[in-house]
Design a binder for this molecule. Structure first.
Ligand code: 8YV
Length: 307
């Protein structure tokens, strides 16, 4: 993205690649007009100095729970994000995780590479069928819907979902998607529970011990949303005690650190936050950041303003 920025804004901007520590970010807020953070850059209220020079935060990503939006608003700093362009790839990855964990793909690949595959036999690495099962979605936004479409039309799955607001429209009717009033009801019905709600204080640990206890023993949890949505310790307990069948996780509470207990579990698939990681999507995200920045510099309202 830096290359695109340098080329596009050579005349207007002096571009620097800033290290990530909170302290250095505070300095950046004093020294720069524009900062383009990613999900790895934690921007709590404490990072915002009293009279920051920065006027624009162009977040490289759709989720912005790592930025204290109220602090930005109070400081009069505009914040933008990159919605829409990563919907397909994130939904693709949710389906990848579902397939991998249910069909034991990661486990099987590790076994083969380790030279431990003893040959075909009827009971070798038997997993669970995905097609025709019930998918429970928590958060029926863009990515939730894209995941539901893939599951319904690609795998003939039944869709049930929870969403804060009531949703009924033509697309949901064509998916045969059934909305429930509570997350518990969705979790109790589903063979796979896939999380697609935003992170941040509002949704912190909405998947907790109590809710995990409502899941069926043969069900899987899939998370491509944010790590803090799930109480990781409670999930580790549920997985360890085989109260649920497994989990496919692309996001974690304290990235890039991942609990050793999770790493030691064979019924868990772990990916390093790859939701949007394709050439096409990362380029499109970069272009969105550029579009928003361009609008800001020209005094227009950026298309993806969140504050
Ligand atoms: C991005 C994501 O890669 O956009 C998001 O919210 O979670 C990821 O897919 C990440 O945010 C980059 O900053």
């Amino acid at each position: 993205m830096e290359k695109i920025l340098v080329e596009r804004f050579r005349a207007q901007l002096n571009v620097a690649d800033i290290p990530l520590s909170e302290h250095e970010l505070m300095d950046a807020f004093r020294d720069f007009d524009v900062v383009l953070p990613t999900v790895s850059d934690r921007l709590p209220a404490a990072v915002f100095p009293p009279s920051p020079r920065v006027r624009f935060l162009g977040n490289f990503g759709v989720g912005f729970n790592h930025i204290d939006i109220d602090a930005a608003r109070q400081a009069g700093i505009m914040v933008t994000n990159t919605p829409g362009v990563l919907t397909d790839c994130t939904a693709d990855l949710a389906i990848t995780l579902m397939l991998m964990v249910a069909r034991r793909a990661g486990e099987g690949e590790r076994q083969l590479r380790d030279g431990e595959w003893a040959g075909w036999c009827p009971t070798h690495m038997v997993g669970r069928k995905v097609s025709g099962k019930t998918l429970g979605i928590v958060g029926m936004g863009r990515i939730g819907r894209a995941t539901a479409r893939r599951a319904r039309f690609g795998f003939g799955m039944n869709i049930v979902f929870y969403n804060r607001s009531l949703q009924h429209d033509e697309e949901l009717r064509s998916l045969g998607a059934l909305q429930f009033d509570t997350i518990e009801e969705v979790m109790a019905q589903a063979d796979f529970v896939s999380l697609h709600c935003p992170g941040g204080a509002e949704n912190k640990h909405i998947i907790n011990a109590g809710r995990l206890a409502t899941m069926r023993q043969e069900a899987f949890l899939i998370n491509t949303a944010r790590g803090d949505v799930v109480d990781e310790a409670a999930l580790i307990d549920a997985l360890g005690e085989r109260r649920i069948a497994g989990a496919g996780l692309d996001v974690f509470a304290s990235e890039p650190s991942v609990p050793d207990k999770l790493k030691s579990m064979s019924n868990v698939v772990l990916l390093p936050h790859l939701g949007s990681a394709t050439e096409e999507t990362r380029t499109a995200m970069g272009m969105k950041v550029v579009e928003n920045l361009e609008a800001f510099l020209e005094g227009r309202d950026p298309p993806d303003r969140v504050a």
